[in-house]
Design a protein around this ligand. Sequence first.
Ligand SMILES: Nc1ncnc2c1ncn2[C@@H]1O[C@H](COP(=O)(O)OP(=O)(O)OP(=O)(O)O)[C@@H](O)[C@H]1O
Ligand SMILES: [Mg+2]
Length: 395
Amino acid sequence: MVMSQAEAASDQEGYLQALGPLRVLVEDDNLTEIMVVGPDMVYVESHGRILLTDVRFKDQEHLLKVIDLIVSAVGRRIDTRQPLCDARLLDGSRVNAVVPPVAIDGPILTIRKFAKERLRITDLIHFGTITEAAASFLQASVLARANILISGGTGAGKTTLLNICSGFIPPDERIVTVEDAAELQLHQEHVCRLESRPPDVRGEGRIGIRELVINALRMRPDRIVVGEVRGGEALDMLQAMNTGHDGSMTTVHANSPRDSLSRLETQVLMGGIELPSKAIRQQIASAINIVVQLNRLRDGSRRITAISEVVGMEGETISMQDIFLMKAEGADGQGNLKTTLELTGVRPQILDRLFDMGLPLPPEISRLFPDRRGDQVAAVRLPTPPAGPLQRRLG
Ligand SMILES: Nc1ncnc2c1ncn2[C@@H]1O[C@H](COP(=O)(O)OP(=O)(O)OP(=O)(O)O)[C@@H](O)[C@H]1O
Ligand SMILES: [Mg+2]
């Protein structure tokens, strides 16, 4: 079905009208999130901070009507029988609505605004999320086909960083992306984008991330990029990473690099496959090379707090080493935290692969870790750092 320009425009106008009092907020590009808690409680996130706006709905009925219009505009339904709804709006924004009886104080609506332009690596360097040296290290790791796990809490910037890292993939490789709500914006041409599908109004026809990951493997991908692993698909993703689709990437919801690996382990178990813990950990240890940890600090800023490397197994435990760690350096007059992301001095295992491939490395790294291939020393394996929780606390 081909839509005429006039029809598309009226569709867009109809959708904007359906937004009612929220229209001004949806059209404001400075806002990243719109959070409606009640008819007279509409919050927004702007530049990392949450603010209460003066946008009001007449009453709960009015709010419910707007929610109903928003979700039905994209062919979804929300009512007392199906009180939860996740949807993607026409402009790409993600919306989640919860209505009574599940939302006990009245309807709740959360809109993650679609960023017209995803942030670029230069923006992240400018914001202080990452340093130039760490960015070059990540870029070299992507080129060297490291499997990368991006870990962080809600809204920490995982998808943004995944998008940036995927952007480092050379244009001659075939990429398959799998997402719950398509958010990635890759600039490469040869990209196959898959999006999961929620059940229809009769509760049928659901296609989950796991099915899509399995399908992606049949599409001869060079790399698979999965928006987020939450459940059983973790096992399929790890197997993909271990069987020739190296250079794949995904994100996970976790608070530290060590925690991200435990999450993966739990998710593999959620897939219903009975594997001993040690076997799962071995899969994880051989699949994941680099974990990038993102955290939101208390001033609202988003920072990479660690870039760690998975180096193998020690007994029953996966051993990790930190390559970069964030250091807090106090705060300025306005309460903004000052931080740096520093090399820990531990020699990354992946370095030899980077040298072998002749990938350019930031001077900070090559100065600290000269190319030792060919030296006697190169034959000596680095001692694995002591195992144990690398749990870090912020702030
Ligand atoms: N480093 C950053 N500095 C400032 N803002 C950022 C940064 N990274 C992302 N953002 C902004 O923060 C918001 C959330 O980013 P993103 O969607 O990448 O987070 P997420 O961790 O994937 O969230 P979720 O848990 O909901 O999937 C977006 O509006 C994005 O533009
Ligand atoms: Mg995300």
